[in-house]
Design a protein around this ligand. Structure first.
Ligand SMILES: [Zn+2]
Ligand SMILES: [Zn+2]
Length: 385
């Protein structure tokens, strides 16, 4: 079959101490410290092998993620920018949906013809974090499109336990193609849902919500905040196209953070009370945290989704006098993230379809990733089959 393959050279930076585990497994914990000279291309790859618990999925839609862009972009030494767990060569792509075309002999929950979307984090269910219910922190984690073949491909085989049916979305839209595209937005939406409602425990209806960064994750956060009854939503985003999308999905106020002081805006909009719930989806902690600190309502929450390999000074005192808390979040597995996002979409309470701003075929997926580098699109969607 055809797939988008990323090859890169295993060339650890001199200052990076490889662990024994990394040497044994060929997996880099910090990708940007190890993988050099990436090459991306659509080429032949062996067909997926179906295990007894697996389903074979014909991929119908797969979104381009910021991390795909960070495999393509390199620093001045030629290293990839993506800082996380990686093993190459592999097929990229992890935000997807498709049709089940074959099932393994032990599969009971799915049948041929089912429409599904799939978790990207392949947790083992056996390690200590998994046994304690922390699947997003599995010690034996594999990630589709990062360490094992992903979904910028005609087919993918995955264990049925990672699949969630999206037929309710198809019923809502009455259109299979649209259902697959919207279904492929479940993964990034579940990342935001997990950060907001599981890690941070959500907010009360009426609370004021700020979202920093209106890329796909921030846009999903805005849509979710609106559906959950936020009293006011303000978004800060540098791209004018993305600011428009932020309005479309529910932000009442949108600003370019280079033109205003976000903390002043929030204090003014809240008449001095501050904002109750802050979402960091910009991956710019050095810019976001100082502004958030100055606009904490009493008992405010800050949830962190954006990733950045960067330290940032934090003023604890403010979190004490404003009785505020900060939550680190990673991943989308467990805790009803996927099924609840699917329910909201099927009910029409969360409609992120306007954020899909470009569409490509599998043969042109390198162009799609290249296009994502200008950071003006919402979600770029690829249709592999
Ligand atoms: Zn992603
Ligand atoms: Zn595990």
């Amino acid at each position: 079959m055809k797939g988008l393959v990323l090859e890169a050279k295993w060339d650890p930076r001199p200052e990076y101490a490889l662990s024994e585990w990394e040497k044994q497994t060929g997996k880099a914990i910090s990708g940007n410290m190890v993988w050099r000279h990436p090459k991306l291309g659509v080429r032949q790859w062996e067909d997926p092998k179906l295990g007894p618990n697996d389903v074979l999925i014909a991929v119908k839609a797969c979104g381009v993620c910021g991390s795909d862009m960070h495999f393509y972009e390199t620093d001045s030494d030629g290293y990839i920018l993506y800082p996380g767990l990686t093993k190459f060569p592999t097929i990229l792509g992890h935000e997807f949906s498709g049709k089940v075309v074959e099932v393994g002999k032990n599969v009971t929950s799915l049948k041929v013809g089912d429409m599904v979307t799939v978790e990207e984090m392949i947790w083992c269910g056996r390690c200590i974090p998994c046994r304690n219910g922390f699947f997003n922190h599995c010690a034996n984690l594999e990630e589709l499109g990062f360490t094992i073949p992903g979904a910028f491909a005609e087919y993918i085989a995955v264990d049925e336990k990672f699949c969630w049916k999206i037929d309710a979305i198809a019923e809502r839209f009455g259109d299979e193609k649209k259902a697959y595209e919207v279904g492929a937005l479940t993964e990034p939406s579940a990342v935001s849902y997990n950060a907001m409602f599981n890690r941070a425990g959500g907010f009360k209806p009426g609370h004021y919500v700020s979202v920093f960064g209106a890329g796909p994750i921030g846009l999903a956060a805005i849509g979710l905040a609106k559906a959950a009854g936020a009293g006011m939503i303000v978004a800060f985003e540098v791209s004018p196209q993305r600011r428009e999308l932020a309005k479309l999905v529910g932000a009442e106020y949108v600003y370019d953070p280079r033109e205003v002081k976000p903390s002043e805006v929030m204090m003014e909009l809240s008449k001095g009370e501050g904002f109750n719930f802050h979402v960091e989806a910009a991956g710019a902690p050095e810019l976001v945290l100082p502004e958030v600190e100055k606009a904490l309502a009493i008992n405010a929450k800050v949830t962190l989704i954006g990733r950045a390999a960067q330290k940032v000074p934090m003023y604890f005192e403010l979190f004490q006098i404003r009785r505020s808390q900060i939550f680190g979040s990673q991943g989308h597995s467990c805790d009803e993230n996927f099924p609840n996002v699917i329910r909201m979409v099927a009910a029409g309470r969360l409609d992120l379809s306007p954020i899909i701003t470009a569409r490509y075929k599998l043969d042109d997926v390198v162009q799609a990733i290249d296009k994502s580098r200008d950071r003006s699109d919402g979600k770029i969607m690829v249709s592999p089959s």
